[in-house]
Design a protein around this ligand. Structure first.
Ligand SMILES: [Ca+2]
Ligand SMILES: [Ca+2]
Length: 746
């Protein structure tokens, strides 16, 4: 029976096909040994070629001679297969090992990459060429790598695969601290080697025993005697022969095995095309005590023979690996509602011993620079207003633990090689918003309604809580509170207060108080910032002291305020206008001071001309009272024209004539005219008017009064005319009353 022919149809076997294979093999195995049936039944469905016993390796002949795992490890690195089950030689294998790294070679044939002629292990300068691998040399296809710290030791697991079933295998796994980018590409390259890099050599001769495993270290200083093959530094040196206590290895030289690892899984690997090893690096003394080393890149080479100086040919380009004797600590900072500078102290010898983090920051010790041991990390500095809300830690890797203690803000760490401790300190601070307010009006009249609007600034976007509005009567917001509503804040937005109607005049102060929430401190608006003045709306009426009046009569106005506060002050200005719209020919009538609502009278005015006038009183208002103006047309003053009267009295300008007769032609002397007023009826007293004229012969003589005397008294006026006579002529006189006139006024 040929193992190869079992699956020689070239198609990838399905799970169902695998089970058929298992049934077939189980039947085969029953014939060999009944005790193996139970083992065969335990083979997983994915395995289709492995020996049912779980051992595919014979050191010599065909006697199964697989190794149990190294002490402290569960990895089946000495059974010559990749399957987990059966677990006879370890519960872990390539099928389920953690942290598997796979290197996949270029396809066999003309495009495969390999090292050029004559390349030796000690030479870091290499030339990569393309082409088929000669049939007598291993044509590599894959390698696998995994490592772990378990049972107090660092373990390294390695495997190689090739296409050709040669009787011997000479493989070198080079494991570098630093990568060599592009090494797989044709051309010249210099392998990036660092002192301390490792070379694991795997030499196997079929039937000649177990694989011979060795370790070499890349040396750059010291005596050349350390070198394994070369005569000069740098070189691979300090060769360690690995033995059965620090290593195991096997090749599937008994039969084909199945590779369950993608891509193209599962794949059947013919006998002698798979080899594996497990190495206890700690036991092998690879890592110096107290020094961290980390290997990050690995690749596989095939050597032409067991001789270390033989040329290396095919290779599988490097892949990243993580092999370390030290661990990593990462401390992350997350803050809520702001940021700050948070200080940390450590114990255990971490470097730096203290550090600071802000939001989003990470302090990393490593990777792989923390020696195994105990450490603490403590958040020591909390900026004002901050609390430590959470301390969350994870520990990864065998033997690595972390215990976070929120109360002491301390993470207590036990670090083992390759361990990773990852802690996140989450700090919380409340935002400290301010609350500002805007009244719908700052001055209103009694009876009006007012509401307040509050705005939060500096709060978180999701701010909740409530805002309570209150109105007070004093500017310290303590007296006579009136509730204006409590409103729910949503995402930082504050609804308006209720409407409050003010029925009394005065000065009021609003205040909005924010409750705060889990992320925001409370806030209170400034009391004095939100003053509301509620004023009365008084009316002013007036009364004139007299109306109508005569020209020259004094008039004053009296004003009365209604609806003002009892303590109303301010002034009232009286003015008189000539028109009913109170705009023309303003004449001041005084400005008086209002005291406790009482308004003094205006000045008294007199008017020189008749006419119609309009008085107006204007109240200035004060802090609690609006101004007011009396109605212009309601206060009309009429100044009447003067009433005239007439009485008559006659005024005469009296004159008299007297004719002198009976005298000589040359008569001389004088004629005297006397006029007596009605009060002198007998012509006895002195005359009221007298005129004497000279006489020259007889004739008519007369008075010449042109207004020098006027008779006005009522009654009978009487003339008496007297001729003085001369020597030739006797004098004569007219009797009183002969000649008279009467003035009568009626
Ligand atoms: Ca194995
Ligand atoms: Ca290759």
């Amino acid at each position: 029976m040929s193992v190869q022919s079992t699956h020689g149809d070239g198609s990838a076997p399905s799970g169902r096909g695998s089970r058929r294979t298992l049934l077939a093999r189980r039947k085969w195995h029953v014939l060999v040994a009944a005790t193996a049936v139970a083992v065969g039944l335990a083979i997983p469905a994915a395995s289709f070629a492995d020996n049912p016993s779980g051992c595919d390796f014979a050191a010599t002949g065909t006697t199964q001679s697989c190794s149990v795992p190294l002490a402290g490890s569960t990895f089946a690195g000495g059974d010559g297969n990749l399957a987990t089950s059966p677990t006879t030689f370890g519960t872990t294998d390539w099928q389920n090992v953690a942290g598997l790294n796979a290197g996949i070679d270029l396809s066999s044939g003309s495009t495969d990459n390999s090292f050029g002629q004559g390349t030796k292990e000690d030479n870091p300068a290499v030339t990569v060429v393309s082409g088929s691998i000669p049939p007598n040399k291993s044509d590599l296809t894959r390698f696998y790598e995994a490592s772990e710290f378990a049972g107090g030791s660092n373990f390294l697991y390695l495997a190689w695969e090739r296409t050709n079933a040669l009787g011997s295998a000479n493989m070198d796994f080079e494991i570098n601290q630093a990568p060599t980018p592009g090494l797989g590409s044709p051309g010249t390259h210099t392998i990036n080697r660092t002192a301390g890099d490792l070379l694991v050599i795997f030499d196997f001769s079929n039937g000649g025993g177990r694989p011979a495993l060795g370790l070499l270290t890349w040396l750059t200083s010291g005596p050349t005697s350390q070198c394994f093959s070369s005569n000069s530094l740098p070189c691979w040196g300090n060769h360690v022969n690995l033995n059965s206590t620090d290593s195991i290895g096997a090749v599937n030289n008994l039969d084909a095995v199945s590779d369950p690892i993608a891509p193209n899984a599962p794949r059947s690997l013919a006998a002698l095309t798979f080899g594996e090893a497990a190495i206890n690096l700690t036991a092998a003394g690879v890592f110096p005590t107290g020094t961290c080393e980390a290997l990050g890149s690995a690749f596989l080479k095939s050597r032409a023979s067991a001789s270390f100086g033989a040329e290396v040919k095919d290779f599988v380009a490097p892949v990243n690996v993580n092999i370390s004797n030290c661990g990593t600590i990462k401390i992350h900072k997350v803050t809520e509602n702001g940021d700050g500078n948070f200080g940390y102290t450590t114990t255990g010898g971490l470097s730096p011993s203290t550090f600071n983090l802000s939001n989003g920051g990470t302090q990393t010790y490593g990777p792989d620079t923390v020696l195994p041991g105990n450490y603490t990390v403590k958040e020591s500095t909390l900026p004002s207003g901050w609390t430590l809300k959470n301390l969350a830690c994870t520990a990864t890797g065998s033997g690595t633990t972390v215990t976070p203690d929120l109360g002491s803000a301390t993470a207590s760490i036990t670090m083992a090689p390759t361990g990773l401790v990852d802690c996140t300190y989450t700090n919380h601070a409340n935002a400290s918003p301010t609350i500002s307010t805007t009244l719908s009006a700052s001055t209103v009249n009694v009876g009006d309604s007012v509401h307040d609007s509050a705005t939060l600034a500096g709060a978180t976007a999701n701010a909740g809580g409530t805002v309570t509005y209150t109105v007070y009567s004093d500017n310290t917001c303590t007296q006579n509170p009136v509730d204006a509503g409590t409103k729910t804040v949503a995402n930082g937005v504050v609804p308006d207060s209720n409407d409050v109607t003010f029925n009394t005049a005065g000065t009021f102060f609003w205040q909005a108080v924010y409750s705060g929430d889990a992320n925001n401190n409370g806030a209170t608006s400034a009391c004095t910032s939100e003053k509301l003045v509620v004023k009365t709306k008084p009316t002013i009426s007036t009364t004139l002291s007299a109306n109508p009046v005569h020209i020259g009569d004094p008039v004053h106005d009296s004003a009365t305020l209604a609806g003002a506060t009892g303590d109303a002050g301010g002034t009232v200005t009286y003015t008189v206008y000539s028109d009913s719209s109170c705009t023309q020919n303003a004449r001041g009538a005084g400005t008086v001071t209002v005291t406790n609502g009482g308004v003094p009278d205006s000045n008294a005015l007199t008017f020189d001309h008749a006419g119609t006038f309009f008085w107006q009183a204007v109240y200035s208002g004060d802090a609690n009272n609006n101004g007011a103006t009396s109605d212009c047309t309601s206060e009309k003053l009429v100044v009447n024209a003067n009433s005239s009267s007439i009485t008559t009295a006659q005024h005469l300008i009296p004159n008299d004539d007297a004719t002198l007769s009976g005298v000589t032609g040359n008569a001389g002397g004088t004629i005297t005219f006397d006029l007596y007023s009605p009060s002198n009826a007998t012509c006895a007293g002195p005359a009221d008017f007298t005129q004497t004229v000279p006489v020259s012969g007889g004739g008519t003589y007369n008075t010449t009064n042109t207004g020098g005397f006027v008779a006005s008294a009522e009654g009978t006026w009487q003339w008496q005319v007297t001729y003085s006579g001369d020597p030739d002529n006797a004098g004569s006189s007219s009797p009183c009353g002969v000649e008279r006139f009467t003035i009568t006024n009626k």
